[in-house]
Each structure stands twice: as structure tokens, then as C-alpha cells.
Design a protein around this ligand. Structure first.
Ligand code: PLP
Length: 429
């Protein structure tokens, strides 16, 4: 039996509609949409135009605002570097980055320091929400760009993008929003009063790996410096032949994901509550990171009393992760969790469980059983952790869990008999 797949934030299974759209495009013959001097090229251009229109409709923008890229990493690079360089032309050389941004946003910004930009992290609260007071205080007429993600890929915590956009706009800076984890979970935060640019990734919504988009505001026009030079495709902002079949899969997946948003959030909330209640009933100590913040259910960050690696080794029938997929390449403790006040050691005891639209109650029950066996079996790791300091203050509903985690750590064993009531009211959508 394949493992129960609970890593949808890393990549989502390909949706049948996306597969069908891609197969149709691949079977339609040669497809360079920029070869406009013959019928196959023109057919590809027509197909791409239709898919761009579908993407735009799903986002709520106009087709000319959709710049297709190789994924959200590339879209984030284009936005952060492109907006910063355009801002420098207006005398702005500060780049402000939320402390829990994805590595590709963080590293794009870090690279800008080699060009003389000042890159400054924006703090988050203990629950992981961008600190708006700190943002307002940090902004001035030297700020070129602010980056704030819509949904954190490790905790599901949502940043208030409209409020951030209003504060940022007042200072005359651009706002980039990494919305890779938003579609299907929350409405895509694109509106006339929203961010300047917004990035998306096809494979996070059940489309193919290898394509994404930067949504670039045209009204008022946005100055963005090109990062990929070549044949002038994508309105001169991203050179390279556009992969028509991938665009077809992306459009089909995004449309379906957006259409199911409300229903999926309700489903994820129920499953999340089932998971937490199941662990709780079994007396498994955990802290649910970000539980007190507005968040989208279904991306669940749990700090346990044993190292995440050991727990995952003990649960080969579960596909979980110890944090962001990129973090496992980075191999350091999660920057998101550190920014929320966890110590490195607590971050290393944290697993991410991320659900998808097809995750079932039986999957959750299976996961609870496997985790209870792993965490109840003290031979799978050290017998609890003596040092639980550095954990952030959990919200009131979590205090019982925090207390029990600490008790477990010092006693060296979980208390399977503890009949603590289930935790966590409904999370914000
Ligand atoms: N931004 C966020 C929030 C993500 O979760 C990811 C995926 O890991 C990315 C960006 C990068 O997306 P892609 O794999 O399309 O480059």
C-alpha cells in the first residue's frame, strides 16, 4: 500500500482535469505559440490565449496581467528583484521581507544585498502573523518593496494582505504577495486594493510541476525590471518559449481548485479537528503552532516531544514532512518556526501535516493510529525531551497541550490515559 499522502503543501496530486487538458494539448501537434507564421503555431497561440484567459478569470485579473513563469520560485525571483530594481530607479533601495517568507523570497532578497540594497526582515507575532505595527514603523520613502505571503506553507497562518497593501501603498512602496499556497484554501488575495504582484504555482493546486505565474498589476502600470532576457515573450518580462501543455494543465487545475475553495476549507477544518482530537484523546503531547492566528485549516504544524526525523522514520506509511520541502534541502531548522519564537531544537521536533481535497477521514484515522504508535513507543526516540524551553506561548486553548508536553518531557513518557478534552475551535477560513 502506498503511504497515506499528507504532504499536499509540498506538491498536490495531479488533478484528472489537468492531466486531460495537458494530454489534449500534447496530442494537438507541435506547439510553439510564438511561431505565428503557420497554422500549428497559430493554433498553439490560440490555445494559450484561451488558457491565459481561464487563469485570469480564476485569479480575478485581466489576461495581460498573467506572466507565465517556471513556477512560484521563478515568479518570486522576478517580483522581488524586478520590483526592487525598478524601485531603485526612483531612489528606493530598501527591501522589507516578512520573517516567515519562503526561501525563494528570502534568498531573492538576500541576493539584492550584493547590489547595495538594504534587506530587512519584518517580525511576526508568536502566532506567525506579520506585525503590522512594525511594518508601518519600518516603511519610509526609501522602501522599494515589501514581501508578505498569503498563506504560510508550514503553518497555514494567513497574513492580512489587504491591510498590508494599504499600509505599503501609503509609503509608495510595492507589495509582492507569494500566494503559492492560497488557491483552493482561501480566495486568491487579488483585488484593486490588493498587492502589486502575486505569485502562483501550478503544482500546489494539482497542476503540473514546472509552471507558475506572476500576476502583475497593469492599472496603474507597475514598473518591473526583467530578469530573464531573450526573445521578448510574456510582454518582454520573461523570455523563453511558453510550454502550452503545462499552461493548459495549470489553467484547468487552478479553475477547479478555486471553484472548490469554500467546500475544501470546511472539509479541511473537520479533518484537522479530527486529527488534533485523535492525538489529544490518545494523550499525545503536542503544540499546534500558529493555532491562535487566522489560518487556513489543513496545513498543520505540530511540535512533538520527539525529533521529527525519528517520528517520520517510525511512520513509513505516512507521507509527512518535517517542514517546508525546500527546508529539507536547506537542512537547517525552520526559519518560520524560529521567527515564531521556537528554539532550533523544538523546531526539529516539528512535523507538518498538509491535507488535500481528497484526504479522507479514514486517512486521518490511519495517521492518528500511526503517530500514536510512534509517539507512544518510547523506543523510537529519546524518552521525551528534558528541555522544553524555547517553545512559544501557546494560545489559551493550547495550554493543556503545552503543559502536558512539558510534563511528558520531564516524565519521559506520554500519559496515554489522560482524557483531556479535544482542543481547538474552528480555525479561521
Ligand atoms: N512559495 C511557497 C509559499 C511555497 O510553498 C513554494 C513551494 O515550495 C514555493 C513558493 C515555490 O514554488 P515552486 O515549486 O512552484 O517553485
Amino acid at each position: 500500500m502506498p503511504p497515506v499522502y499528507l504532504d499536499h503543501a509540498a506538491t498536490a496530486p495531479l488533478r484528472p482535469v489537468a492531466r486531460a487538458a495537458m494530454m489534449a494539448a500534447l496530442d494537438a501537434g507541435p506547439a510553439n505559440p510564438h511561431a505565428n507564421q503557420h497554422a500549428p503555431g497559430l493554433a498553439a497561440a490560440r490555445r494559450l490565449k484561451a488558457d491565459r484567459a481561464h487563469l485570469a478569470q480564476a485569479v480575478g485579473c485581466v489576461p495581460a496581467e498573467v506572466i507565465l513563469t517556471g513556477g512560484a520560485t521563478e515568479a518570486n525571483n522576478l517580483a522581488i528583484k524586478g520590483l526592487a530594481l525598478a524601485g531603485r530607479d526612483r531612489g528606493r533601495h530598501r527591501v522589507l521581507i516578512g520573517a516567515t517568507e519562503h526561501a525563494c523570497v528570502r534568498e531573492s532578497a538576500a541576493w539584492l544585498t550584493t547590489l547595495g540594497f538594504a534587506v530587512e526582515p519584518l517580525p511576526v507575532t508568536a502566532d506567525g502573523v506579520l506585525d503590522l505595527t512594525a511594518l508601518a514603523a519600518a516603511l519610509d520613502d526609501r522602501a522599494a518593496v515589501v514581501a508578505a505571503m498569503a498563506v504560510n506553507n508550514e503553518t497555514g497562518v494567513r497574513h492580512p494582505i489587504e491591510a498590508i497593501a494599504a499600509i505599503t501603498r501609503r509609503a509608495g512602496a510595492a507589495l509582492h504577495c507569494d500566494a503559492a499556497q492560497a488557491p483552493g484554501r482561501i480566495p486568491i488575495p487579488w483585488s484593486p486594493s490588493g498587492p502589486t504582484t502575486l505569485s502562483l504555482s501550478a503544482h500546489k493546486v494539482g497542476g503540473p510541476v514546472g509552471i507558475g505565474a506572476l500576476i502583475l498589476r497593469r492599472d496603474p502600470p507597475t514598473a518591473l525590471s526583467t530578469q530573464m532576457h531573450g526573445g521578448g515573450q510574456e510582454r518582454g518580462l520573461r523570455a523563453g518559449t511558453v510550454p502550452v501543455a503545462l499552461a493548459a494543465g495549470f489553467a484547468a487545475a487552478l479553475e477547479e481548485a478555486v471553484a472548490e475553495t469554500g467546500h475544501r476549507a470546511a472539509h479541511a477544518r473537520l479533518l484537522e479537528q479530527r486529527l488534533l482530537a485523535g492525538l489529544d484523546r490518545a494523550g499525545i503531547p503536542f503544540v499546534h503552532n500558529g493555532a491562535g492566528a487566522p489560518r487556513t485549516p489543513g496545513i498543520i504544524s505540530l511540535t512533538l516531544d520527539q525529533p521529527a526525523e525519528m517520528v517520520m522514520d517510525a511512520c513509513p506509511d505516512l507521507a509527512l514532512s518535517s517542514g517546508a520541502a525546500c527546508q529539507t534541502v536547506d537542512d537547517g531548522p525552520s526559519r518560520t518556526l524560529l521567527a515564531m519564537g521556537l528554539c532550533a531544537e523544538a523546531a526539529d521536533r516539528t512535523v507538518r501535516i498538509s491535507l488535500g481535497p481528497d484526504t479522507t477521514a479514514a486517512d486521518i484515522d490511519h495517521a492518528v493510529g500511526a503517530l500514536v504508535r510512534a509517539l507512544g513507543d518510547r523506543t523510537c526516540g529519546t524518552a521525551g525531551h528534558p528541555d522544553m524551553t524555547g517553545m512559544h506561548q501557546a494560545p489559551p486553548a493550547q495550554h493543556r497541550q503545552q503543559d502536558r508536553l512539558e510534563a511528558s518531557a520531564s516524565a519521559g513518557a506520554a500519559d496515554p490515559g489522560a482524557g483531556v478534552p479535544s482542543i481547538g475551535g474552528p480555525a479561521a477560513p
